[in-house]
Ligand binder design. Structure first.
Ligand code: AMP
Ligand code: MG
Length: 478
């Protein structure tokens, strides 16, 4: 535990036994603990890599406190707009903050749970997570991290031996508890709850916490400027996140304000899906009947959520100035779309025309129904992949006239680190994808025969993708 740096700072926020930010809770006692996933790569980065299997289970299955860390877990308080209706009854209903620590770069990280038992916010729920839900969160986080999306990581998944009843899964369903590693769990909804309670003092304290821990460059700001500058950061980083989802072909599915983090980090993966093609109306959640959170509407959802965060912050800063900050969203999104698409295409940004290229590229993808991930794979590093692209099963699409303008743009852009094309990943016949049929095909043998080989094979394949792309996740840290 040489690099283990505990730093339970969230605890210090609590004024009166946690109020108004959190409530101390206890973890459920589970009948069984079988480790199904251990994120050794990230465990090492936070100094927990040398825990024995027994130690791992005692901390991430039984939630015995880590040394010098939170002595009792805390359920974080928040409200939120769910599908645009305000819900004042939510909060950490099946999770809690378990520990806080610093990584190799000294960034503060939370270890938070999902499925760890009931809390004061469980309402009608059982406080549990299904094993399938846990497996899906592992797959989403691994894939997004590899694609360079600023995302929480899944740290641990332990099967817990209970039977759960769910409407959307064959029941009884197997149970699990997941631990997530995340750059804070300060949701937009945390500010909304404090505004609902008209607790100006607590809003100011939470703003201070965010600035100190995540945006230390803003430390010198005072008064209203502190609030406004934090809001501007949230605007910028939410725009970046929406752009990164687009470039990954990812649909989060439930972009409620309680699922949005002020650090702009993507987290809480439920009914997510990757889009097979660039269909703006592609929807992930079966309960999203109007397509509110469809693929092409994620930026709009982010902006709407930011307006609610701005509303909460308007208790401490003038509305006009907050609205002005919100107007930064569109230009930030355009810039972030260019960054994200060029990066995923292995190209260097050229300049002014970049966003126009991204728009044309996406229009072509939508019109032709080109397989999403395949196009990024075939054209990685632009001109350096011309030969590879001509051998692709999608080559016919690339031979059409309507592709010529895009081909020209791809060819004239400078490849970024083209040596990455020498990796085995790019010599393979197809890109690593995570479409819904593949997710189901990974789950089926686990459900039928407790066979985890397809799951493990997929994680190895994603590892090859991650290493081939070589994106530096730390670039996205605030
Ligand atoms: P989500 O849509 O997963 O972000 O969850 C929305 C709210 O419902 C959060 O407050 C969760 O803690 C709560 N919740 C979801 N599932 C359960 C469950 N099985 N038991 C208790 N609370 C839950
Ligand atoms: Mg949530």
């Amino acid at each position: 535990m040489e690099n283990y740096k505990p730093d339970p700072v969230f605890e210090k926020l609590g004024l009166d036994n946690g109020a108004p930010f959190y409530d101390p809770v206890t973890a459920a006692a589970f009948p069984d603990h079988t480790v199904r996933y251990r994120n050794q790569r990230w465990a090492e980065k936070v100094g927990l890599g040398d825990l024995s299997e027994e130690g791992w289970v005692s901390h991430f299955g039984r939630f015995e406190p880590l040394p010098d860390n939170l002595q009792a877990p805390v359920a974080i308080r928040y409200h939120g707009h769910q599908f645009r209706s305000y819900n004042p009854d939510i909060g950490d209903g099946r999770g809690f903050l378990f520990a806080q620590l610093r990584d190799e770069q000294n960034r503060l990280l939370d270890l938070g749970t999902k499925g760890s038992g009931k809390t004061p916010y469980s309402r009608f729920g059982d406080g549990r997570l299904t094993l399938k839900g846990g497996v899906r969160e592992v797959l989403a986080t691994e894939m997004l991290e590899a694609q360079g999306v600023y995302t929480s990581k899944t740290f641990s998944l332990i099967e817990t031996g209970e039977k759960l009843y769910r409407e959307d899964e064959p029941s009884p369903a197997r149970s699990a508890v997941l631990v997530r590693l995340s750059h804070s769990h300060v949701r937009f909804g945390a500010f909304q709850r404090l505004a609902y309670e008209k607790n100006d003092e607590a809003i100011a304290a939470l703003v201070d916490y965010c600035i100190e821990q995540f945006y230390p460059a803003l430390a010198g700001k005072e008064g209203e400027d502190r609030i406004l500058s934090l809001f501007e950061k949230a605007v910028q980083h939410t725009a970046q996140l929406a752009a990164q989802w687009m470039a990954a072909g990812f649909v989060h599915g439930v972009l409620n304000t309680d699922n949005m983090n002020v650090t702009g980090e993507s987290f809480d993966y439920g009914p997510w899906r990757f889009a097979p093609i660039a269909d703006p109306s592609f929807t992930a959640a079966y309960f999203d009947q109007t397509g509110l959170y469809a693929f092409g509407r994620q930026a709009e959802a982010g902006a709407w959520n930011l307006a609610q965060l701005g509303g909460a912050l308007s208790l401490l800063a003038p509305v006009e100035a907050l609205n002005e900050a919100l107007r930064l969203f569109s230009p930030a999104y355009e810039e972030a779309m260019s960054d994200a698409f060029f990066r995923r295409l292995g190209l260097r940004r050229a300049g002014e025309g970049d966003f126009a290229f991204v728009t044309n590229f996406l229009r072509w993808m939508t019109e032709t129904g080109a397989p999403y991930e395949r196009v990024f794979f075939d054209w990685f590093c632009g001109s350096a992949s011309e030969d590879r692209a001509s051998q692709s099963p999608a080559a016919e699409l690339y031979a059409q006239d309507k592709f010529s303008e895009i081909r020209d743009a791809l060819s004239s852009a400078a490849p970024d680190r083209p040596e990455r094309l020498a990796r085995d990943y790019f010599k393979g016949a197809k890109p690593c994808t995570m479409l819904i049929d593949e997710v189901e095909a990974i789950w089926a043998p686990i459900a039928d025969e407790d066979d985890w080989s397809a799951f493990r094979a997929k994680l190895e394949e994603i590892g090859r993708l991650r290493e081939a792309l070589g994106f530096d996740a730390s670039r996205f840290i605030p």
